[in-house]
Write a new protein. Structure first.
Length: 154
């Protein structure tokens, strides 16, 4: 086998086991190479299986539908007729009406947060963001020192 083995037909776990047995037979007297090839085989099998899980396929469908909804929001307000069309198109991605409505609501919420003005503290210049906490610490420390001085000099 070449230094970088590529195993093309790992459709089932039986194929994976068959390849592993074959590698163990061929490289029985070379444990380092056997380990390397078994590791490559395992990585390839895991990557093929990871892309095939229902959760990942569902997440990819939600992401695609979310981007479609975002494109409709780019024009401004989402009209009811557009919303109904989007929810109907969610069936292409394998999403139920409930999940489609959730995705639309999430995109609406994200768009609303992006349009929201910054809080007052975030709009202040950097020099003012530092002055108020420092001033607060100085005032509190002064009050503590004054109280200590009054206690000692009574």
């Amino acid at each position: 086998m070449p230094a970088t083995a590529t195993f093309t037909c790992l459709q089932t776990t039986a194929d994976y086991r068959r390849h592993a047995r074959r590698l163990r037979k061929v490289y029985a007297d070379q444990p380092a190479r056997l380990h390397h090839y078994l590791q490559d085989l395992s990585r390839q099998h895991d990557s093929q299986r990871a892309n095939d899980t229902p959760a990942i396929r569902r997440r990819m469908a939600v992401d695609r539908f979310s981007s479609e909804v975002s494109r409709h929001f780019a024009a401004g307000v989402l009209r009811y007729s557009q919303r109904v069309a989007l929810i109907d198109s969610a069936a292409r991605y394998g999403l139920s009406r409930f999940h489609a409505n959730l995705v639309v609501a999430m995109v609406q919420n994200r768009a609303a947060q992006a349009d929201r003005p910054l809080p007052r503290a975030a709009r202040l210049p950097n020099r003012f963001r530092i002055v108020w906490p420092v001033l607060t610490v100085v005032v509190i420390q002064s009050a503590i020192l004054y109280a200590g001085w009054r206690i000692l000099h009574i």
